[in-house]
Design a protein around this ligand. Sequence first.
Ligand code: PEP
Length: 251
Amino acid sequence: MRKNIVAGNWKMNKNLQEGLELAKGLNEALEGKTPNCDVIIGTPFIHLASVVDAIDTNKIGVAAENCADKASGAYTGEVSAEMVASTGAKYVILGHSERRAYYHETPEILKEKVLLALANGLTPIFCIGEVLEEREAGKHFDVVKSQIEGSLFNLAAQDFGKIILAYEPVWAIGTGKTATAEQAQEMHAFIRKTLADKYGKEVADNCSILYGGSCKPSNAKELFANPDVDGGLIGGAALEVDSFMGIINAF
Ligand code: PEP
């Protein structure tokens, strides 16, 4: 059965010391508690190994925010999926809209990243979502479907079963504008149907689909109450223990 998940995406925030402080603070806040969801923090590469060492990874999973589309070799500045896995991180955020927009990550590049992540035992948290003009033109369902098809539908059903999806309408990321609970549910149900049409109902029902976009303690409960919303991918509100805990406690 699919899991409820609250995952943080720190983006390019926090130096090493600040990140460690945040991770330890979250670890402390979760001590003796059993939240009704899996908790994951996505950190810059430089934090991964230290954060894994500093926290109880049975309670908090650790994610990279990206990995290379090549396995190894002369790719200066890149970090491979194998390197990420060697830190003890278990997840990798792939296809975030910021990476698609600013670093020109295409569906083909993302397809390679997903394959390398899976080959190295990492669980991809794969982001999809439309920009405002696409929603206003009524193309949001087509856009999201083609993002899924273009990078994931080459996978066998058993591999698809290892993927977490995050629907992040780009117009809601970091803007303070949240999709309404109805808009989120409508798209999540569409995504689940798209998966069911390709892989069957069981695979679709077992896939966790997270919502991302200005999710905060004040709106998380309403968003997570939807039958096809299995949690959140959280940017800004993941940068403080209290706000992130507020979202975790929405389950
Ligand atoms: C994100 O970038 O994944 C995100 C959801 O950001 P925010 O919560 O800040 O909108």
